[in-house]
Write a protein that binds this ligand. Structure first.
Ligand code: ZN
Length: 282
């Protein structure tokens, strides 16, 4: 969950005289302009028009006002369908980590970690397993090393949005993920699969880069720059920037490489909060 920085565009201040519908559209666009077209929680690219999420409310805002700006973030359909009840209040929301308020990702000592885990993936119907196969999937997990308080808050965030599919599907001790057939067919939750694909793509990108570094080419530097640009673009499209940063850093220990990827894109990594060296470690 990458930390984001919301910036209110100037045109929002002149909203007073416009209609509620126009105001809602303008705030919608301002959020996307500021944060990029990605879910603030799982980082997936958004493909939906109702994407505003109010921190404390279970009800979805039909009409947006500027008073709500501080509590507005963007949400995808999959996160939206997995929010747990009851709705949050100020107190329960304060016991969670939020991408616009907290450092929710960093290369070192991140409160949220991305982990490739082996699971037995079981599809069941009426409680009976109809298929079972080993799979590797990327889970987002809370980091115990980040301190007790931060750890607990990270757990609460993962639980509230059920970022690793419905909580009851995963039995960590048994290493089993049990998904009902209906849900499997509907592809109701794509988050872990997209995250895992981003992980694999990042690994492959890094391997290509390492292979290039081993070449005896005379214009290697130029080729490297080109490949980094391509890596940046692939990462940008996948949306799962935190997964990309995790793999690139964990498997190369090269902060300069991560910086080069973030800096070199044809596309800006919009909304990313790098303050306090959030992404480059603490
Ligand atoms: Zn999401």
């Amino acid at each position: 969950m990458r930390p984001v920085k919301k910036i209110q565009p100037d045109y929002l201040h002149t909203l007073g005289a416009t209609s509620a519908a126009k105001q809602t559209t303008d705030i919608h666009h301002a959020l996307i302009e500021s944060l990029g077209n990605y879910c603030s929680y799982c980082e997936m690219p958004l493909s939906d028009y109702q994407v505003e999420h109010l921190r404390y409310l279970a009800a979805w805002p039909e009409v947006l006002t500027l008073q709500e700006w501080d509590d507005l973030l963007l949400i995808c359909n999959d996160c939206r369908n997995h929010i747990r009840v009851p709705a949050l209040n100020k107190e329960s929301a304060a016991a969670m980590l939020w991408p616009d308020r907290d450092i929710t990702f960093s290369l070192v000592n991140s409160p949220f970690l991305y982990e490739l885990r082996k699971v037995q993936y079981i599809v069941e119907e009426d409680g009976q397993a109809i298929s079972s196969e080993p799979r590797e999937l990327v889970f987002v997990v809370a980091n115990k090393q980040a301190g007790e308080k931060v750890y607990e808050k990270a757990v609460n965030t993962i639980t509230h949005f059920q970022l690793n599919m419905r909580l009851e599907y995963y039995n960590e001790a048994a290493g089993e993920l049990r998904v009902p057939l209906q849900e499997e067919r509907e592809r109701a939750d794509n988050r872990m699969f997209k995250r895992t694909r981003a992980w694999r793509e990042a690994e492959e990108a890094l391997q290509r880069l390492k292979a290039l570094d081993n070449l005896q080419e005379e214009n290697k530097a130029e080729l490297r720059e080109m490949l980094i640009k391509q890596i940046a673009m692939t990462a940008w499209y996948s949306g799962n920037w935190s997964v990309w940063m995790t793999v690139l850093y964990q498997q190369s220990r090269d902060v300069e490489l991560v910086k080069a990827v973030l800096d070199s894109g044809e596309h800006p990594f919009t909304g990313l909060n790098n303050e306090g060296q959030a992404v480059f470690g603490r």
